[in-house]
Design a protein around this ligand. Structure first.
Ligand code: NAD
Length: 427
């Protein structure tokens, strides 16, 4: 592959390995689609990045300072959208890379948003509830000039949840002097959250599995599925596919996995997990390690736990026909290319797990209209948007011979580039 000669400029602070991975994906697709050089250059870096110090009074009376970030990669099509994570690995490069991926994901789904991400470098499991609330509220007030329903709309991510969103919404509302539910999504239903938001990502993954099985002509009457991760995304995906007549032959969580070639009874497993806190030991199945689970023979493998699970170490042993990425970044770049050559189809994360941001968009729309939809309306609209995006990616991939990940990126990047071209460069 010919390599684009980058424009000479001093290195930016965000250019860590994590950010450069996202940037290289953009470079690859830009080269492939012959993207205008100036537009390409404008998309290679975040539009804005804010680093804040967040002082917090701890329960023991001392004050500790944490570092927080909010990055907006692009706002060409509308306000920026992206999660807020609390994790010790959070840094400017990681947040900037994830913000860029959010831009492509929103554009691919046809949502009127740009991409953002934020976070605080903290070990959230070491904080009390009171410390977490004070941290969240002070962080919100530090980034308050950047966020707003027309500017940038945060959502939950790693180690943040609907309670975190309620605190952000409250802090913002108190500061502007009136209630503004649409400043965040992923809120509790009682303060303006959307029905269907909790299940949305798993529902979208399950939907992509069905579309992919049709498109790639898996003939089995009950296609076999392996799911890594049995949290929000993995368990909803498994439940919905089980209801649709698929045979879920293995699932796992952080402690290990279970395998039953005759199919696992998912409703009974859900009841078992709510009592035991893990999948291991479920009746009628054999325990397997997470590593063994990824290498089991099946029609569809759904990694729905962590990033970098399918990589150079295990890519030779992957034994499925289709991978549908529930997690963010579960397949390394090398494995992605290798498996594509081997004929294994990969439905990429920016498509497969976009159900969450899509229903976040519905939550924002409902909040702005002050008109709330039924769960059936939410689910039907989600299916419509997921279906359209799946068709576009499969069609582009077939027509251009690109692997689905590159096809998805090409659509997303193409839409932003076109909007930028039409709007022009100010002044
Ligand atoms: P979660 O915390 O609800 O569940 C994660 C699951 O993964 C748990 O079952 C956990 O036990 C398991 N797990 C953790 N470490 C593991 C390991 N080393 N091996 C195997 N399993 C392990 O999280 P979630 O919301 O289901 O998110 C899962 C993935 O999906 C993450 O990559 C997340 O970024 C991505 N994602 C989530 C959403 C969403 O709306 N929840 C949206 C987009 C992407």
């Amino acid at each position: 592959m010919a390599v684009l000669k980058p424009v000479e400029r001093p290195k930016m602070e965000c250019e860590t390995e994590h950010f450069l991975m996202a940037q290289r994906q953009l470079d690859e697709v830009a080269l492939e689609m012959g993207l205008d050089r100036e537009l390409h250059e404008r998309l290679r870096y975040p539009k804005r990045a804010l680093i804040v110090t967040v002082p917090v009074r701890m329960d023991d009376g001392t004050v500790r300072s944490f570092t927080g970030y909010r990055v907006q990669h692009d706002v060409t099509l509308g306000p920026a959208k992206g999660g807020i994570r609390f994790h010790p690995d959070v840094n400017l490069g990681e947040v900037s890379g994830l913000a860029m991926l959010m831009t492509w994901k929103c554009a691919l789904m046809g949502l009127p948003y740009g991409g953002a991400k934020g976070g605080i470098r903290v070990e959230p499991w070491k904080l009390s509830a009171g410390e977490t609330e004070r941290l969240t509220r002070r962080y919100t007030s530090e980034i308050i000039n950047l966020i707003g329903p027309d500017k940038d709309i945060p959502a939950p991510d790693m180690y943040t949840n609907e309670q975190t969103m309620a605190w952000i919404m409250d802090t913002y509302s108190i500061n502007v002097g009136h209630t503004v539910p649409s400043v965040v999504t992923g809120k509790p239903i009682s303060i303006g959250g959307s029905l269907g938001r909790n299940e949305a990502t798993g529902r979208g993954v399950a939907y992509c599995v069905k579309r992919a099985v049709e498109h790639y002509e898996v003939k089995a009457k009950a296609p076999t599925v392996v799911v890594q991760g049995f949290g929000n995304v993995g368990s909803v995906t498994a439940k919905l596919l089980h209801e649709a007549g698929y045979k879920i032959v293995a699932v796992s969580d952080v402690y290990g996995g279970i395998h039953n070639p005759d199919g696992i009874d998912i409703p009974r497993l859900l009841a078992y997990v709510s009592e035991m806190g893990r999948v291991e030991g479920f009746v009628g199945s054999k325990n397997v390690s997470n590593q063994e689970l990824l290498e089991l023979e099946c029609d569809v493998l759904v990694p729905a736990a962590l990033g970098d699970q399918i990589n150079q170490k295990n890519m030779h042993n992957i034994n499925c026909r289709i991978i549908v990425e529930g997690a963010n970044g579960p397949t390394s770049t090398e494995a992605d290319k290798y498996l594509h050559e081997k004929g294994i189809k990969i439905v990429p994360d920016i498509l497969a797990n976009a159900g969450g941001v899509t229903v976040s968009y519905f939550e924002w729309v409902q909040g702005m209209m002050h008109l709330f939809w039924t769960e059936t309306e939410v689910n039907n609209r989600l299916e419509e948007i997921m279906g359209r995006a799946c068709d576009q990616v499969f069609e582009m991939s077939t027509r251009s011979g690109l692997r689905p990940r590159m096809a998805a990126l090409r659509i997303g990047v193409g839409r932003i580039a076109e909007a930028k071209r039409l709007r022009g460069l100010y002044p």
